[in-house]
Design a protein around this ligand. Structure first.
Ligand code: GDD
Ligand code: MN
Length: 412
């Protein structure tokens, strides 16, 4: 309503998610030198925002008065967190607020906040008070003493979680382990790669093109930045008192997606992929989808054979049909998701599905021929025969679909 106060919101940066070497200058603001810019990403944190801003301001006013800024980046929360934050700006002059209406997601929120930041040290802290503010000064000291990156960690001396269930601990450690296998060079550098509480020197991530996928922005910073020295500070992940966590199963999928993406675009594989100009990433995604199809196929096949006692040929055809639908959906959504998005009408999707099915149908006939030959003529165990049939059909499907259904060869 009040246009004056809405003018004081930060403009949302657009374009690539890149941090500039030099801080952006804000012409009319005589801001002086900013040492630390701390981003607080929020989504529906109305009941937490005042408390965290007040605690952080008090802490920083004591140690680096006037040399810091707090940047709340809110994704247009339906509870109007941004508005609450905005109303605090009068009382806390170092507070700035960004309301994003066109973009979503934790990682890009943090990056957009850093893009608007004027500090030489860029930091992030959750807005729900689960990250103890007391650790903040230790992180800053670590950077001042030479670290390019200082991470608050649950897994070093002084760190921990307050009261997590066995399941949550298991999932968290499982995710870390998986990451270590896929990306040892990144996850192996810190004890708590899942941390969303850290500080990094601007110079360490300047000019790196950061990716918005996933919840774990720290992986991007380590994977794509120039981080030589790492400092770690123990902290206890507190329980939430207000609001609720935004983590759903989707974050787990995003996480795996993120790991694979980083793996493919950094290091040896990335260089190779660019050199030979082959879509290795796409190929691997297609492979994963194919694998999911094998499970679907075998499960349905098993059910048809043992529960309904359907014949061998019919079971083979039906189960393969279900697998085709499964594979199409995942391929369209994920493997070729970027291309599908540009051809998004239901009509185009239907066309893709028909093409895909036609190619796969030929694959199914191929399967039926192979399984009959292997089982009836050579006497091979029917499940083994089915597996071999699937493998041959998969190779067929990949090579033809690559050329026809999504026309991937036409893209870049
Ligand atoms: N702007 C914006 N956009 N903020 C978001 C979004 C989003 O899409 N999703 C979550 N947030 C904000 C929340 O409001 C909160 O301040 C913070 O990000 C963390 O979200 P939670 O949903 O509370 O995550 P958590 O409690 O599971 O924390 C885990 O992930 C954090 C982020 O990586 C832990 O691993 C933390 O250590 C970690 O910091
Ligand atoms: Mn939280």
């Amino acid at each position: 309503m009040n246009t004056n106060s809405s003018q004081s919101l930060l403009t949302v940066p657009t374009g690539p998610l890149k941090i500039s070497e030099l801080p952006p200058s804000y012409g009319d603001v005589d801001s002086g030198y900013t040492h630390l810019s701390l981003v607080i990403p929020t989504y529906k944190e109305r009941d937490n925002i005042e408390k965290i801003v007040s605690i952080l301001s008090q802490l920083l006013d004591e140690s680096i008065p006037g040399k810091y800024e707090l940047i709340v980046v809110d994704d247009d929360s339906p509870d109007r967190t941004w508005e609450v934050a905005q109303s605090l700006m009068k009382e806390y002059p170092q507070l700035r607020v960004m309301r994003r209406q066109d973009e979503r997601g934790l990682s890009s929120a943090v990056i957009r906040g850093w893009q608007a930041a004027t500090g030489n040290v860029l930091g992030v802290i959750d807005g729900d008070l689960q990250h103890p503010p007391e650790v903040l000064m230790q992180l800053l000291r670590s950077v001042e003493q030479g670290a390019d990156l200082a991470v608050a960690s649950r897994h070093v001396e002084g760190g921990g979680v307050s009261s997590w269930s066995v399941v949550r601990r298991f999932l968290s450690r499982g995710a870390q382990l998986l990451g270590l296998v896929i990306l040892p060079g990144v996850l192996g550098r810190v004890s708590d790669p899942m941390s969303g509480y850290f500080m990094v020197r601007r110079s360490a991530i300047a000019n790196a093109k950061l990716n918005p996928v996933g919840y774990k922005i720290l992986l991007e910073v380590i994977g794509r930045g120039k981080v030589n020295q790492v400092g770690e500070v123990g902290y206890v992940f507190c329980e939430r008192k207000e609001g609720e966590s935004k983590v759903t199963w989707k974050q787990y999928i995003d996480y795996i997606h993120h790991l694979v993406r980083l793996r493919l675009s950094t290091g040896r594989v990335g260089r190779l992929s660019r050199k030979v100009n082959f879509p290795i990433g796409r190929f691997i995604r297609f492979g994963f989808v194919g694998l999911s199809g094998v499970f679907v196929d075998l499960t349905v096949f098993y059910l048809l054979r043992t529960v309904i006692h359907l014949g061998l040929t019919r079971s083979t055809i039906l189960s393969a049909g279900v697998a085709i639908i499964n594979n199409f959906l995942w391929n369209d959504l994920w493997t070729f998701g970027d291309i599908s998005q540009r051809q998004g009408s239901p009509n185009q999707r239907l066309k893709r599905f028909l093409k895909f099915s036609a190619i796969c149908l030929a694959g199914v006939i191929l399967q039926a021929l192979i399984i009959n030959f292997l089982f009836n003529v050579l006497g091979i165990n029917e499940y083994l025969a089915k597996l071999i049939a699937i493998a041959v059909a998969t190779i067929w499907n990949f090579s033809i679909n690559l050329k026809l259904s999504w026309r991937v060869t036409d893209v870049k």
